[in-house]
Design a binder for this molecule. Sequence first.
Ligand SMILES: N[C@@H](CCC(=O)N[C@@H](CS)C(=O)NCC(=O)O)C(=O)O
Length: 238
Amino acid sequence: MLRDEITMVLKLYDLAGADDERRFSPYCWRIKMALRHKGLDVEEIPWRFVEKETIANSAQKHVPVLVDGDQMIADSWEIARYLEVTYPNLNPLFGGAIALGETLFIKFWCEQTLHPILIRLLVVDIFQHLHPKDKAYFRESREQSFGMTLEEFATPSEEAITTFTKALAPLRATLERQPYIGGTEPYFADYIVFGAFQWARGVSPIQLLMPDDPIYTWRDRLLNAFDGYARNALGYPV
Ligand SMILES: N[C@@H](CCC(=O)N[C@@H](CS)C(=O)NCC(=O)O)C(=O)O
């Protein structure tokens, strides 16, 4: 259904840490920025890893999950596409089929290149900030997938920051030439990559970016967007 008017407040299940206000999911951040980009009001409901029954109607076990009336939509990519199709008259997140296709590349670059470096850098900080009821689940599920303990999996920060800085080279070259990934205005690709930085900022005091980096300036613009929505979120001022 196409909607011109916002008839009800949307709800978003959003991963939280021990503190209700600590929201650190990179995938949820994409959608929280996308909702503001479209000017949609949303109630962000804190959710913990073990609260699978709350989102059972979405037929999967991950957040973000968006509730729009009687619909539950899961997966950040699907939610972004849903928002674009359902609210076509609000500020576009993609701006056309070509941008949609290219954003898919950014999504996989972020998830397959940036996230694997960051998880090794952040995993211990994430664990420390989890709600007590999530700790055993997180340790068990992640240690099973990594094939080692969280502490063994974590890489020393210096080494991982250097690897991360190098991996960001294509983004840096782009942002030396234009203010956003899409050019003059932010679009969903920007929010995908920004989500990775919000993941770090939410749990870790590690400084990933130096102020003279064009990526720092880009991130600063997005931290300030929507009346400083992301900057005001609970996290480390790095
Ligand atoms: N492909 C999904 C990934 C979502 C995802 O991995 N979410 C994490 C939080 S950052 C989650 O809910 N994990 C639940 C679990 O590990 O049990 C998306 O883009 O939304």
